[in-house]
Design a protein around this ligand. Sequence first.
Ligand code: ATP
Ligand code: ZN
Length: 284
Amino acid sequence: MKTLKIAIQKSGRLNEKSVEILKNCGLSFENYKSSLITSVNNFPLEILFLRDDDIPEYVQDGIADLGIVGENVIVEAGAQVTYLQKLGFGKCTLKIAVPNQSNIDSIQQLEGLAIATSYPVILEKFMNDNDVKNVQIRTISGSVEIGPGLGLSDAICDIVSTGGTLKSNGLKPFAEVMKSEAVLIGKEGSELIPEVQELLQRIRSVMRAKETKYVVLNVAKKDLENVVNLLPGVKSPTVVPLHEEGWVAVHSVIAEQDFWEKINLLKAAGAEGIVVMPIEKIIT
Ligand code: ATP
Ligand code: ZN
């Protein structure tokens, strides 16, 4: 069996969640902070710990078969890789921001101005797509938000998640360049490798489980139809009799996103003693 290699971030914002998703897939490995490579004991896989910027090219060139990295980094690198699965973490947005006192509020007004960024490739394409010419892109590798304060640029283009860093530097965002999240990428053609398909199936079942909760509740038989109508279940809800005559327990799953709305509707429909539990995996 071929031993695959997957590249993940060594330390930083994506490291912990990348390790977590692999562990949740049932992969057993030592995660020493000092090592650059570790072997998975129960799957033909080695894990390489790298700087996130290096991951797209390592995957493109086949040094790693798979990688977990932010879309912003993949697009900036211009790497030829296959997107296998968006992973739902590391969410952020690349935005253009200007000083609070600036009256710039449209992309067109950036014509002829200087913008500091660590994402020159993405920014240049965005400006071309919006037909804004003569923008001077000043590429700096970190602390882009201090650009306007230092007189280096009129605006910045940087990653924003909560907006706190912009605010504390007296900047306000006004245009969205791209949204990003962590993705599992593969070398072109890697989706045909059976071990990759197996891993992908496990990742998807872990992700599906995360998005849903297991619910158990009691309901009087007379209210059962109303309650069941609110619950989809994987196929349909399980209904089991309670010891007390005229009552049943209903087992089902509900989507995390409509959790509170559903719980309130279930209570109104006659559900009692509602217990909600996390689900580890859903295999369909
Ligand atoms: P490395 O040492 O691996 O080069 P880094 O400093 O370039 O790390 P991090 O700051 O750890 O990178 O961010 C990694 C990725 O996390 C980003 O490329 C982006 O996709 C995502 N991310 C999510 N939220 C944020 C945020 N608020 N700021 C920056 N990146 C974020
Ligand atoms: Zn980096």
